[in-house]
Each structure stands twice: as structure tokens, then as C-alpha cells.
Write a protein that binds this ligand. Structure first.
Ligand code: MG
Ligand code: ZN
Length: 404
């Protein structure tokens, strides 16, 4: 009898379960526009409330040349000390120094002076202060539109590159709307219909080896037109689709120290895929693990991640300087570790950064210290000064002329 019930239940539920990814995949352009409209309404309602720390993001120089494209790079946990340690360990130079426009942002979230990466990324992606752990939702857990969704709606191409899983807090806030950053498998469900033209990151297990259900979200991605791969393409291996998804690791990609080194080729590959977009492009590239070095209170971990991120920055800067139509903005969501470079540190190279940096750490968590912003290209001057992290969104929205 029990078996019969199971069979009947399965027979009844299986077609429904099997249909779920197809329905997820089957949003028509009209339905996507309707989804975006409802997100916009939620955001307008949210902004109707008085919030002293938020401004409208009016540009200071409205007549300056506008960028066609924006490349936004986030060093997770990349405070001034992390940059400094990377710079001294790298022979007293980083590519970051090529950016002439530098600012500082206040990183606090809506419920804590010390933000997490989810609230931080939601501020950058959607221009709101929200609670720690929120993925693309406001303090009432209502979805708010992201810059990626707005760019897609206006015919731009979009991309995401991360050295964490693609469902991790920082990249997730560009395509997902979930009440908690811990809901990795729910976040994964939001990727197929995101419209994102290229994504590169880890976390394939959240798509086709799911614990909370039996959905095959890799298949859903393919049904949405994604060429899904597990490696950065080698020369001559042309993508079979306009939309590309590359899973670099089953779960979290390794630290640079133990063999991961794809951020530079992945950034170049993604840029190559987007650079000829007729209506421009927006891409977010994250050096995800500078933060994890901070959590580990490990200078060597921080510095190796920092230098890899800076190498990617160098490649991007070469493109930005030659292109002339692309704005590059580089910042961090917060500082991690209360990292200090203490007396006893040296410019003389040692075997590792742990030998050259006499490190101090005040915490294994994040801190509330302001973090720097670096900018280059058309509109870069808008990013100097001291302002809230939410202003990053408003400046980018205004510069790209993205409508809400
Ligand atoms: Mg992150
Ligand atoms: Zn962190």
C-alpha cells in the first residue's frame, strides 16, 4: 500500500517537477519585462521612504563624455591595508596606481555598521542599503531591480566573473533575489533567465547535484541557450552559443596559493566575448578570495589573491585605455580582518608575504572602515570624493542612462 502511494505520488508529481525548469526557462520577453516592471515598482516604493544616507546620485559633471560600457571590479575584503601589502610585496607597484581618480565609500548596511558581502553587493547592484545576508532584496525582503537587469532590458550585454562560486553573495546580487545568501540552490534557479551573456565561476554542484530537489538547472541553462563548459576555452575552441556559462569548479574554486589561476584569462575571455556588443556591455569581475585571506588572518593568502586581482586589473586597464568608450571602476565591498602592516615589515622580498609583512589582525570578520574606489575612462571623475556605497549604483545608472 505504501509503495502504491509512493508510485501514485511520483506519477503525479514527476511531470510537475520535470516541468519546473522548463517553466523557469519559458519566460517570454513580455513576461521578463513584466518581472522587471514589478521589481521597479518595489524599488520605487522602497525609495519613497526617508533614508537620509541615500541620495539621488546626480552627476557632478553632466556634460562629460559618457561611457558606452562599464567594467566593475570588486576585490572582496580589499581594504587599503590589503592593497598596500600587495603593493609592497609586488616590488612596490600595483596596476591600481594607474587609476588617477580615487575615492572612498562608506560600506555600512541597513542593520549593521559592519556589512557583509551580500548587503554590500546589493548596494552596488541595486542602490539600496539592506540587511546583511540579503540577495537583491530590500529590508522587507522585496526584490529590487539590478543594474544587470536594467542593462539587459536596454539591449546591453552583461557578464559576471568570480573566483568564488557563481551563486556566492557578491555575484548572486546581480541576478538573484532571495532573502538569504545561504540559499545557494534557490539562487541557482535565478541564473537561467537572467539574460547574462557570459558567466564564469565555481559552484556547478548547486545546479545539477542539488540536495533540496532533483532539478537539473544545467539543462535549464542549456534550454535558455547557454553553452555550458567546465573550462576556459582554449584557442580555436569556439563557443557554440551567444551565451556562455563556464563552471571552474564543482564547489568553491581553490585559493591561488593551491593552484587556481584563472582570473586573468577568464577576465580576458569574458571581455573578448562582450567587447563588440552593439549597445554596450556591463561586466562585474570579482577577486572573491582576498576576503577569505582576511578571514584566515593570513597575509600570504591575502597578498597572492590581491596580486592576481591586480594582474587582471592590468589587463582590463590596457583594454580601457585603448578603447576610450569604457569606464572601469574598482572597489571593495568592505575590509576584512582589521588588517595592519606593523613595525618589522620589510620591502625586501621573502619567501612569502608572511615573511615580509609583520601582520596584525583585529578580527576574523569584516570591519566598518571605509574602502577605496579607483576609476579610469569616461565618467571616472564622478567616483572621486567620499560617499555611500549605494552611490556607485546611481553614478553607473546615470552614466549609462539606464532607466528604472
Ligand atoms: Mg564575494
Ligand atoms: Zn567575508
Amino acid at each position: 500500500m505504501k509503495n502504491l502511494v509512493t508510485i501514485v505520488l511520483l506519477a503525479f508529481c514527476w511531470p510537475l517537477m520535470a516541468q519546473m525548469p522548463a517553466q523557469q526557462a519559458g519566460l517570454s520577453p513580455a513576461q521578463i519585462r513584466a518581472k522587471l516592471d514589478s521589481l521597479k515598482k518595489a524599488k520605487r516604493a522602497f525609495h519613497a521612504r526617508p533614508m537620509a544616507e541615500e541620495s539621488s546620485g546626480v552627476l557632478r559633471n553632466d556634460s562629460a563624455k559618457r561611457p558606452k560600457n562599464i567594467i566593475f571590479m570588486i576585490g572582496d575584503g580589499m581594504g587599503v591595508s590589503q592593497i598596500t601589502a600587495g603593493m609592497y610585496t609586488n616590488g612596490n607597484y600595483l596596476n591600481l596606481e594607474r587609476a588617477v581618480h580615487v575615492g572612498l565609500i562608506k560600506t555600512h548596511s541597513s542593520d549593521d555598521l559592519v556589512t557583509d558581502s551580500a548587503a554590500g553587493a546589493t548596494s552596488f547592484a541595486s542602490g539600496i542599503k539592506t540587511y546583511n545576508g540579503a540577495i537583491g532584496v530590500n529590508t522587507d525582503t522585496v526584490s529590487v531591480p539590478t543594474i544587470v537587469e536594467m542593462a539587459e532590458a536596454q539591449g546591453m550585454k552583461t557578464g559576471l566573473v568570480a573566483t568564488s562560486t557563481i551563486v556566492h553573495a557578491t555575484p548572486a546580487c546581480y541576478f538573484s533575489h532571495r532573502k538569504s545568501r545561504a540559499l545557494y540552490e534557490e539562487i541557482a534557479l535565478d541564473l537561467p533567465t537572467s539574460g547574462i551573456d557570459i558567466f564564469i565561476g565555481g559552484g556547478r554542484q548547486y545546479f545539477d547535484m542539488r540536495v533540496t530537489d532533483t532539478l537539473d538547472v544545467i539543462r535549464t541553462l542549456q534550454e535558455e541557450g547557454y553553452d555550458i563548459r567546465n573550462n576556459i576555452f582554449r584557442t580555436g575552441q569556439e563557443p557554440i552559443s551567444e551565451k556562455i556559462g563556464i563552471f571552474t569548479h564543482w564547489d568553491q574554486p581553490k585559493p591561488y596559493l593551491t593552484g587556481r589561476d584563472y582570473l586573468v584569462p577568464a577576465s580576458k575571455f569574458a571581455l573578448e566575448h562582450l567587447k563588440d556588443a552593439e549597445n554596450g556591455f556591463f561586466i562585474m569581475i570579482e577577486g572573491s578570495q582576498i576576503d577569505w585571506g582576511g578571514h584566515a588572518n593570513n597575509s600570504d593568502y591575502i597578498v597572492t589573491e590581491m596580486i592576481e586581482f591586480d594582474k587582471a586589473i592590468g589587463e582590463i586597464m590596457d583594454f580601457v585605455e585603448a578603447d576610450g568608450e569604457t569606464l572601469l571602476v574598482i572597489t571593495a565591498d568592505h575590509e576584512t580582518g582589521g588588517y595592519a602592516i606593523n613595525p618589522g615589515s620589510s620591502l625586501t622580498p621573502g619567501a612569502t608575504a608572511n615573511d615580509t609583512i609583520a601582520a596584525g589582525f583585529t578580527t576574523g570578520h569584516h570591519t566598518a572602515v571605509m574602502v577605496p574606489v579607483f576609476a579610469m575612462g569616461p565618467g571616472a571623475a564622478e567616483f572621486s570624493g567620499i560617499y555611500e556605497n549605494t552611490e556607485i549604483f546611481f553614478k553607473m545608472q546615470a552614466l549609462l542612462g539606464l532607466k528604472e
